[in-house]
Ligand binder design. Structure first.
Ligand SMILES: Nc1ncnc2c1ncn2[C@@H]1O[C@H](COP(=O)(O)OP(=O)(O)OP(=O)(O)O)[C@@H](O)[C@H]1O
Ligand SMILES: [Mg+2]
Length: 464
């Protein structure tokens, strides 16, 4: 760990937007025209063609106001509002309905919409209704903030788990949060990398500034570049307006680059320059922009191996890896499984409006022995499914999927001597030692007197 002292950067020329709006309409011209209008009014705008895609955007992009059409394929506006209000209770929703269909508007207001616009849209009315709705959202957020402030130190993100590796991780997070140093988070899929990134942000003095997340592998190279750095009007076909990138969006706050292992060589070069100089240009632009952004990157790839094979720049790796946090797999911290499961049951019971109080002892025993190759995400999916299927106030075995955990049991207390094969004993010894060392294969190899390669090879075999 080095370079923990926060450096000062010139306050950037950053005009805060009036708020974020997601527009949902299956008709492309309608949503683009409205997007342009609202962008010109100073809002940050995204759009989506149906409810299903809109939910995807909402999960990725924290937004203030949802403006949706009612009749759409895949998932209509009413359903979208209902779902969105459950997942994002603070989101304000406005619906657009055909002129005269007051009935629909009333239905929408009952489902949680705050206001409606009649189509064809009258732009003065749009501006008024949107400004009013946005004001309400901001008031609500402000109230929330005040309440949280008076309730003491509460953060939005909760990280459950008191196993040794998690205690270490938590204390690392507290130590590094306050600096501006770049953080690299590694760990298997579903172990909580994004959660850790959010915690680092929330515990930093940037907490009231934006936390912006970008999933690097989801975008093609050219798109990724303009998403990161923004673009000028006319920079490429389709760039009808100037657009700010995520770096500018995150100004003053944190930019979380997820799946960093997937970025191309040319983006690697541009990112390196940013990390060295804290400056960049928008695509197609020549004005140099400087912002104050903390970078947190995550990957489930072995970046060192990527560096060795030449796919990932070594200099960039060192720039990212100033502070390294690793999220341990769930199978090396089994004591976290039960508390995590209870937390997830409560979370999904709340979302699904169910009153579930506990998990049956059989289910608990089953899930505590399972290997969880998909880690907390897999546990969460299993719990969510069980919650949805649950009929009483307790999660029962019948609510676990039929083929649940068939291949991944660790023969924990099945080891009997005589009675167990050498292979089972070896497996038991390796897994238990690995867990006891907090997932450290070098330490495991030292204790067991076998090579690191063998430990890793065996772990992989148990996992597959
Ligand atoms: N310690 C934890 N306490 C509570 N919830 C957790 C914890 N770890 C993970 N989760 C939850 O599990 C899910 C997966 O976590 P997250 O998305 O952070 O994992 P990830 O490592 O980024 O996964 P991937 O590599 O697949 O992107 C999320 O819903 C997250 O909130
Ligand atoms: Mg992730």
């Amino acid at each position: 760990m080095q370079n923990l002292s926060a450096q000062k950067f010139p306050p950037a020329h950053y005009a805060a937007s009036r708020g974020r709006i997601l527009i949902v309409d299956d008709e492309v011209h309608a949503r683009e025209a409205l997007s342009t209008l609202l962008e010109e009014d100073g809002y940050e705008v995204r759009n989506a063609p149906d409810g299903f895609k809109a939910l995807g955007v909402l999960r990725e992009w924290e937004c203030d106001l949802l403006v949706t059409d009612l009749r759409m394929p895949v998932m209509d506006g009413l359903e979208l509002i209902k779902k969105a209000r459950v997942e994002f209770p603070k989101l304000t929703c406005v619906v657009m309905t055909a002129f005269g269909s007051v009935e629909n508007a009333v239905k929408a207001m009952k489902s949680g919409a705050e206001d409606y616009l009649s189509k064809p849209l009258n732009f003065d009315e749009v501006e008024l209704v949107i400004a009013r709705a946005m004001e309400r959202t901001q008031l609500r957020t402000e109230l929330d903030r005040l309440r949280q402030g008076s309730a003491g130190e509460t953060t939005k993100t909760q990280m459950i788990g008191n196993s040794m590796p998690m205690q270490k991780l938590k204390s690392m997070i507290d130590q590094v949060a306050t600096s501006r140093a770049t953080v690299l988070i590694t760990g298997e899929s579903g172990t909580g990398k994004e959660l850790v990134a959010r915690l680092v942000h929330e515990r930093s003095d940037r907490a009231d500034k934006p936390f912006v997340r970008l999933h690097c592998s989801a975008l093609a190279e050219t798109l990724l570049e303009s998403e990161l750095f923004g673009h000028e009007k006319g920079a490429f076909t389709g760039a009808a307006n100037q657009r700010k990138g995520r770096f500018e969006e995150a100004n003053g706050g944190t930019l979380f680059l997820d799946e960093i292992g997937e970025i191309s060589q040319s983006i690697q070069v541009k990112l390196l320059r940013f990390l060295q100089e804290r400056e960049f240009e928008r695509v197609g632009g020549n004005q140099t922009i400087s912002v104050d952004v903390r970078i947190i990157a995550a990957t489930n790839r072995d970046l060192e191996a990527e560096v060795r094979s030449g796919r990932f720049r070594e200099d960039l790796y060192y720039r990212l890896n100033v502070i390294h946090l690793n999220t341990p797999p769930l199978r090396v911290r089994r004591s976290d499984i039960a508390p995590l499961a209870s937390h997830l049951v409560a979370k999904h019971a709340r979302r699904n409006g169910k009153d579930i109080k506990e998990i049956s002892p059989e289910v608990l025993a089953t899930i505590c022995q399972y290997d969880w190759p998909g880690n907390v995400r897999e546990l969460e999916n299993t719990v969510e499914r069980a919650v949805v299927l649950a009929t009483g106030s307790r999660i029962e075995s019948s609510q676990l999927s039929d083929n649940f955990g068939q291949q991944h049991f660790v023969p924990n207390d099945e080891i009997r001597i005589p009675g167990s094969t050498l292979e089972d004993i070896e497996r038991y010894a390796i897994l238990e030692t690995y867990e006891a060392t907090g997932g450290n294969s070098a330490e495991t190899s030292r204790i067991l007197g076998i090579s690191v390669r063998k430990v890793q090879y065996k772990l992989k075999e148990y996992r597959d």
